[in-house]
Each structure stands twice: as structure tokens, then as C-alpha cells.
Design a protein around this ligand. Structure first.
Ligand code: PEP
Ligand code: MG
Length: 585
């Protein structure tokens, strides 16, 4: 038994058999005699055929599931790679001319191909590189006797997926494959992959060093997504302990969910608006069930991921209409495309630049590609005829950008009016406060839009200059840093000054540890992963706002995040032992 420590990214406990994704097969250099060349070439041909047959079998299974056309095509591309002239000819040459064993010949060829891909910056080719690696590693497994599945959607139900990195799309596939949880060597707790894990209620630990060397498929693992730990090969005693903790957590969740219909009102009678963040249509009924009174953040870009083509205006319109209908009259805040950074669609190429988080992402990309932006806006304005909604622009860094986005909205509405297409041009438009510049000018932005919504995941990464996806700087990511508290205060004041509503939809809003700090700051509108709603509501219903304001005043008087965290964590643990994660057991 061994315990590895990482960062808690999605709470809960998962116990299952490890399924290692995309692991590199260990191949040793081996030379063969001249007489063995023909037999070795033959072995290579058989492995190519076997790999192709395996892929064809998966493809056939997928063909039965109508909705998975994209995956079907990906597998088609994988099968084509098996006849790629570089892969086949170069490997044959290594066997024939250098007298190397087939697996060593394949490994050398794959490394050469990967080196070529590595020199290409384009994210599209980066993805093709991992496709090639996937096909190549499967080929090697067949050559070395025994294939091992390596695609996320092939992970066995109830297993624990282990990977170096996972994209948000991988996480969604793992969720659909019904894994018990997952862990990665890389990643950050506010990455989009972590957001998907939390949305699906799957325990996830990121930044676990040594995972790749120490875990192999078939080993029993425990993922403790609340404490950020991975236990390898647990003994009976540990298994019993963690099973008991999982039971306690389940019981606690059941108990909290019982308050679903109770109002989110503080002891002194102040109503707090609790909304849900959603990425996929399937989450909406769950969110409503857990007590969401609206959707405060619909991350529309997820409709663009996991597919090779762009969604049409009609498809986006139908998608938004379906979302509004399933909300049964409750409001949805649709955020316009937030592509780029770690959310890269296969359908368009987004220049990554040297620092993708600071590059052409989000609203910048939408303004750079007005054709895509207009298509999305047309779909949304048309859907507004069906139910209450708002439009939210991500990553706004200044008033000029807001005006440019609003101008396109106005043009789109004029166009729809000219065409006689039913729509609602009065949809409120809001700004996400995710950059330090937006926080500093929140009053100027509030003056020119209808509402603000604070995205703390990005605001913290930009304010503290700590990449939210990079495990090496995860130690700097502190929501209670004095600079963050001051920035949040400024945003609330800016919105209040202009008489505009302000919400928070970053992950900070759904963390029970921060509930009092945020209430103390004056926030009354929170949007969070649906599963967090019951626990936050439970805290609100037991809160006197005076206590929260007193805690905030104490925090604002401190100089370091360490002091603030010590004070806030201690007070919240004492006051809400069952609501904060550590209360699990
Ligand atoms: C945020 O940045 O806080 C936010 C809500 O947006 P996302 O996590 O999708 O970047
Ligand atoms: Mg963001």
C-alpha cells in the first residue's frame, strides 16, 4: 500500500481497479539475426492486422450508437494511420536494414514521427500527435502479446481512470463510461476538466506526482477527491475505512438534498439567489432537482468540443430552446463562446501563441471570428422568444471590447428583425469579471451592461499570475489572498454604485469554506456546480449575516493569505462541521 498526494479537484471517494489511459509501452532494444528478418516482418504485418481488427470491432460497436458519429470517424482516422506510409515503410526499413526486432523498430519509428509533430505548434496537429501515439501504443501492445484498451470511453464501468493529462472532452467520455473517478499527474483544481468532474459528481485528484510510474492497469486504487490523495493497492483496513467514509458522505448528501425545496434565506431573512453552472443539457434536470432557481452560467462552448464540425445556427438554436424548455420558466444565463486556452475544438484552429491563457481565447476569439460569434448570437436571440434568458460575455478586459460585442448583438438583432425572424432584442447582456482590468473598472463596465458575473477561476489565475492548469504553480492559487478579497470588494462596490446586479459563477461560489466571506462581501447571487447547491444552502440557512460581515472585516484586516485561511477555515470548521468537506469522516 502507498499513499500519493495531489490536489483535491472534485470531492468524493472512488474505489476501483485502475485503468491507465494512453500509457507508453516499455520497449527494449533488441537485435535479430539476418535469417530472422522475414519472420519479423511477418510478425509486424500480423500486429498491424490485429490492431486494425480491434479498432474495427470498436467501430462496429460505436456504429450501433447513433449519437457517436464523431467517435466513429475518429476510429476511421486511427485505422488509416495503420497504413500510413511513414509508419509502415520506416518500420519495415528498420527491421530489414538495421536487423531490429519489430517492436523496437516500431518504437523508433513512432518516436521519429512524434518528434516531427512536436515541432508543429498548431493545436490541431498536437491532437493528431496523441492520436498517432494511441494507435502506435496499441500496435506495440499487440506485438508484445496482449492489447490494453487506452481510450477514455473504453474504461470499464466502475474503474478508476489514471492519466498523465485529461482534456475536458476526455473527462466527459469517462463520465459516460461510468468510471468511479479519476486522477492525473498534471492539471489544476479549477481546470475545465475538474469542472466537468464536479459536474458529473466524479472524485478527481490532480497533480499526483509519480502516478505514471507507480500505477498499472489492474491495480486497486482509492481516490480521495476531498483530501487530494490516491492510495495504491490499499490493505483491507484502509478499504474498510474509506468505504465507511464514502457511506458517511453519501448519507450527508442525502440529508442535505432533503432541503432542496427550502428557501435559501439567512437567519436574518435575506434571500440569496442560488443558481447552477452547467455545461451539458443533461445537467439541467439534476440542477433543478438540487434546488437551482436559475442557470447562472451555461458554458456553451461544450457544444463545440468533441466533434469535427461546427454546430449550425439551427442546431445551436434547438440546443438553447431545449435548455430553456427543461428549465420550465426559470432563467438561463448563456455565456457566449469561451473557446481557446484548454478548450480546443477540432473544428476550428485557434492560434495558441506562446501563452494560450493570455492569447486569442474567449471573447477575443469571438471578435476575431465574427462569423462564428454572429451565428451563435442569432441562435441565442431566436431562442429568447421561448423563455427568460441573459447573454454573458466572457473574459472582457475593457469597455471597448464590451462595446464591440454589444455592437455585434445589435447588428444581429437588426438582421433578425429585417428577416422577420422571431427573437427578443431586449435580452439583458452582462460581463464576466475575470481579468484584473475588468475588476478595476467594474463600475465603468456595469454602467454599460445589465449585470456582472465574477469568474474567480480566471480572475485568480490572472491576478496572481498562476496558471490554473499548471500543477507546479498550484500552490499560489489562493482565493482568500488579500488581493483577491480586495478585487472582489471592488467589483461588488462597482456594481452597487451603478445599481446593477452582481453574481459570482467561479468555483469559489460553490465552496462551503468561502460562503461567509462572500456573504460578508455583499454577494447575494451565487452560481455553482449543481451538486454544491444543497451544502451552500444549508450554510446560508444557518447564517446570520452579521457574523459573516464580522468575519470578512477580520479577514480584510489581515496581510497574508495564510493568516486569512487559518482564521476562516477554523471558524467554518467549527461552525459547519458537516458542511465543509473535512466533515466527511
Ligand atoms: C471562471 O473563470 O471563473 C469561470 C466561471 O469561467 P471558466 O471556469 O469556464 O473559465
Ligand atoms: Mg473563465
Amino acid at each position: 500500500m502507498e499513499r500519493l498526494t495531489g490536489v483535491a479537484a472534485s470531492p468524493g471517494i472512488a474505489i476501483g481497479v485502475a485503468h491507465v489511459l494512453g500509457s507508453r509501452v516499455d520497449v527494449h532494444e533488441r537485435r535479430i539475426a539476418a535469417e530472422a528478418v522475414e519472420a519479423e516482418l511477418q510478425r509486424f504485418e500480423i500486429a498491424l492486422r490485429t490492431t486494425d481488427e480491434q479498432l474495427a470491432r470498436i467501430q462496429q460497436q460505436i456504429a450501433l450508437r447513433e449519437s457517436d458519429e464523431h467517435q466513429y470517424r475518429v476510429l476511421e482516422a486511427h485505422r488509416l494511420m495503420l497504413s500510413d506510409v511513414h509508419l509502415v515503410e520506416q518500420t519495415r526499413r528498420h527491421i530489414r536494414d538495421d536487423h531490429t526486432a519489430a517492436e523496437w523498430a516500431v518504437r523508433q519509428t513512432l518516436d521519429q514521427i512524434q518528434a516531427v509533430f512536436a515541432r508543429i505548434e498548431d493545436p490541431y496537429f498536437r491532437d493528431r500527435r496523441s492520436d498517432f501515439a494511441y494507435v502506435g501504443e496499441n500496435l506495440l501492445r499487440n506485438l508484445m502479446g496482449g492489447a490494453d484498451a487506452a481510450e477514455p470511453d473504453e474504461a470499464p464501468r466502475g474503474s478508476v481512470a489514471v492519466a498523465h493529462e485529461l482534456s475536458p472532452a476526455d473527462a466527459a467520455q469517462l463520465g459516460r463510461a461510468e468510471v468511479a473517478g479519476f486522477c492525473t499527474e498534471g492539471g489544476g483544481r479549477t481546470s475545465h476538466t475538474a469542472i466537468i468532474a464536479r459536474a458529473m459528481g466524479l472524485p478527481y485528484v490532480v497533480g499526483v506526482e509519480g502516478l505514471g510510474h507507480k500505477v498499472w492497469s489492474g491495480m486497486t486504487l482509492i481516490i480521495d477527491g476531498s483530501r487530494g490523495e490516491v492510495i495504491l493497492d490499499p490493505d483491507e483496513e484502509a478499504l474498510g475505512r474509506y468505504r465507511a467514509r464514502a457511506d458517511v458522505a453519501r448519507e450527508r448528501a442525502r440529508h442535505l438534498e432533503a432541503t432542496r425545496d427550502a428557501p435559501a434565506v439567512t437567519l436574518d431573512g435575506v434571500q440569496i439567489h442560488l443558481a447552477a453552472n452547467v455545461e451539458m443539457l443533461e445537467e439541467i434536470p439534476i440542477a433543478v432537482d438540487l434546488g437551482a432557481v436559475s442557470v447562472g452560467l451555461f458554458r456553451t462552448e461544450f457544444l463545440y468540443l468533441e466533434r469535427p464540425d461546427l454546430p449550425s445556427e439551427d442546431e445551436q438554436h434547438l440546443h438553447a430552446v431545449a435548455a430553456l424548455k427543461s428549465m420550465q420558466g426559470r432563467r438561463i444565463t448563456f455565456r457566449t463562446l469561451d473557446l481557446g486556452g484548454d478548450k480546443l475544438p477540432a473544428s476550428v484552429r485557434i492560434p495558441s501563441g506562446t501563452n494560450p491563457a493570455m492569447g486569442l481565447r474567449s471573447i477575443r476569439y469571438s471578435l476575431h471570428r465574427p462569423d462564428l460569434f454572429r451565428t451563435q448570437l442569432r441562435a441565442l436571440y431566436r431562442a429568447a422568444a421561448v423563455g427568460p434568458m441573459q447573454i454573458l460575455f466572457p473574459l472582457i478586459s475593457g469597455v471597448a471590447e464590451l462595446r464591440a460585442a454589444k455592437k455585434i448583438c445589435a447588428d444581429v438583432c437588426d438582421e433578425l428583425a429585417r428577416e422577420g425572424v422571431p427573437h427578443d432584442s431586449k435580452v439583458p447582456v452582462g460581463v464576466m469579471v475575470e481579468t484584473p482590468s475588468a475588476a478595476l473598472i467594474s463600475d465603468l463596465l456595469a454602467a454599460e451592461c445589465d449585470f456582472l458575473s465574477i469568474g474567480t477561476n480566471d480572475l485568480i489565475q490572472y491576478a496572481l499570475a498562476a496558471d490554473r492548469d499548471d500543477e507546479h504553480v498550484g500552490y499560489l492559487y489562493h482565493p482568500l489572498h488579500p488581493a483577491i478579497l480586495r478585487a472582489l470588494k471592488q467589483v461588488v462596490l462597482g456594481a452597487n454604485k451603478m445599481g446593477k446586479p452582481v453574481a459570482m459563477c467561479g468555483d469559489m461560489a460553490g465552496d462551503p469554506m468561502f460562503a461567509w466571506v462572500l456573504l460578508g462581501l455583499g454577494l447575494r447571487n451565487f452560481s455553482m456546480a449543481p451538486r454544491q447547491i444543497p451544502v451552500i444552502k444549508s450554510i446560508i440557512r444557518a447564517t446570520d449575516l452579521f457574523d459573516a460581515e464580522r468575519m470578512l472585516a477580520q479577514a480584510m484586516a489581515m496581510s497574508t493569505e495564510t493568516e486569512i485561511e487559518a482564521m476562516v477555515y477554523r471558524a467554518m470548521r467549527e461552525r459547519f462541521p458537516t458542511e465543509v468537506n473535512e466533515g466527511e469522516g
